[in-house]
Design a protein around this ligand. Structure first.
Ligand code: ATP
Length: 208
């Protein structure tokens, strides 16, 4: 479960945000829709406490993230939150496999090669595990990014514009992968996007 209350943030006096309260129950999915520049990435980063709100709270299950120290927040995020970033941010010197295992390392968990291989097969990049990430197509990188986000079986999956650069067919595929993966591990899924094509795939929607 993820719930926010009265979240506000500012980059400076002329760039202030007041976000609507959102609630996403366990195993449910929520779509947050907004035009470019409305603060979608900012909001997603606040949900993961990658940015600190000016005021308000973020609660994941029993934990109020906004009350944790920086180190506690980082540890909590690594274990309980999977993030699909707008741009993937891979470690370019590492293989696809090692980029997946990095998620285990950051969460202080044993490296689970079997899970990485299983996810790679499910998401259709099983033949690319030994390659460097830049040798993969954009769509393949997007799927690696989804696999990395679910490596530690997080309680919450956050996805930032996961389909913006994809054609209709791959958009449908990525939404299905995100939903399947979150259902398999019982996670809540929150997607922020300007992509109106995703509207029909989500019953729960909030506008920014
Ligand atoms: N680090 C920053 N410093 C100052 N202003 C910023 C910073 N990051 C973002 N902004 C501004 O805050 C606003 C919201 O940015 P944000 O990236 O959250 O929007 P977005 O809805 O995700 O946009 P897009 O769909 O284009 O990615 C924009 O006007 C942006 O210029």
């Amino acid at each position: 479960m993820l719930a926010t209350k009265q979240l506000t943030f500012e980059y400076g006096p002329s760039k202030r945000f007041s976000f609507p309260d959102v609630y996403c129950a366990n195993r449910e999915a929520l779509l947050i829709l907004g035009r470019s520049g409305t603060g979608k990435t900012t909001f997603l980063h606040l949900l993961a406490l990658l940015l600190n709100p000016k005021s308000g709270s973020v609660v994941i299950d029993q934990t109020e993230l906004t009350k944790l120290s920086v180190a506690e927040t980082a540890a909590f995020r690594a274990k309980h939150v999977g993030i699909v970033y707008q741009k993937p941010h891979f470690v370019s010197s590492l293989s696809v496999l090692d980029n997946l295992l990095m998620a285990n390392y950051l969460a202080n968990k044993p490296q689970d090669k079997n899970r990485a291989r299983e996810l790679a097969d499910q998401l259709g990049f099983g033949d690319h595990l030994e390659k460097k990430t830049h040798q993969l197509s954009q769509g393949e990188q997007q799927r690696v990014s989804i696999a990395r986000a679910v490596m530690n079986q997080p309680d919450i999956i956050l996805a930032d514009e996961p389909t913006s650069s994809l054609d209709d067919e791959n958009t449908g595929l990525v939404v299905e992968l995100l939903r399947n993966q979150s259902e398999q591990i019982g996670a809540s899924l929150i997607v922020v996007t300007h992509d109106q094509r995703l509207k029909d795939a989500f019953q729960n929607r909030v506008a920014l």
